[in-house]
Design a protein around this ligand. Sequence first.
Ligand code: NDP
Length: 305
Amino acid sequence: MTDNPVENASTTTPAPLTPLTPLTLLGLGAMGTALAGAWLAAGHPLTVWNRTAARAGTPAARGATVAGSAAEAVAANRLVVVCLLDDDSVEEALADTDLAGKDLVNLVTGTPGQARARAAWAERRGARYLDGGIMAVPPMIGVPAAGPYVFYSGSSELFEEHRTVLAVPAGTRYVGGDAGHAALHDVALLSAMYGMFAGVAHAFALVRGEAVAPGELAPMLAGWLTAMSGSVATTASQLEAGDYTGGVVSSLAMQVAGKGTLLRTAAEQGVSAELLEPYFRLMERRLAAGGGEEDLTGVVDLLRR
Ligand code: NDP
């Protein structure tokens, strides 16, 4: 310290006006490690636990407190975030912990049913419960420009109380008091993503072996998928209107007629159509039921059991 206040100000880190919420994180896999890094970088006191203790080295070096057991980690803070592999691992890790009075935030990917059962389980043990579905991969965590966010559902009180802490690693989207709804949104988006991946795989398979470099097709493919993504909003408005003929630009009848071209091209190129055929079968069923003037929205109803 010197007598010069300007010099002192430049060499000391001011304490935050409001102390940052301390929290516990269980699970230091790829995602847990990224989450830990974001909370530590923001200055939150963090207690961590991982089944394989060696993985705690990185957060420990950055200032985290390492607990010797899950029970000790849970006891350390009121806010407890879980980022383990799956629902079974949550059951196993939290079996011998005291959850009374805790705010449990479960970021493990699971089904809506698992989330609802886990919420009831946590509440029986005296905890408030919030379920989360992470819409990001680890490198996006703590990088707002990359657009990471987490769907949350369950206790609105818990969410409101901790939303600032929860917003440190990724954006937050609260989707309601039904604990299953974060998982429902998460899995809906992931399921659509796999449909897209399936189409992309088929497209690359078609040009494989021809003088079309994958890198040449890639920007066209990405651009076309982006252009077609407008159909999502059309489908939503047709479902809400209960009328699947409004704003139709490509009728189901026309699209079913064009199906043969896609299947013959696959055959000519020596490519299996196994990813496309199930969708075409649903389109044909809807056409047979009289939906020729509609868009593809009727397929949604055929999928409901
Ligand atoms: P990892 O496979 O990297 O890590 C799994 C973690 O779970 C490790 O900490 C592991 O401990 C722990 N674990 C597994 N089984 C048990 C058990 N029986 N008891 C205690 N701990 C256990 O997975 P991620 O970190 O990538 O994923 C964590 C969650 O985040 C998952 O639900 C995943 O779906 C979700 N998620 C992941 C994304 C990603 O891209 N990585 C994207 C979005 C969501 P140990 O080190 O001892 O093996």
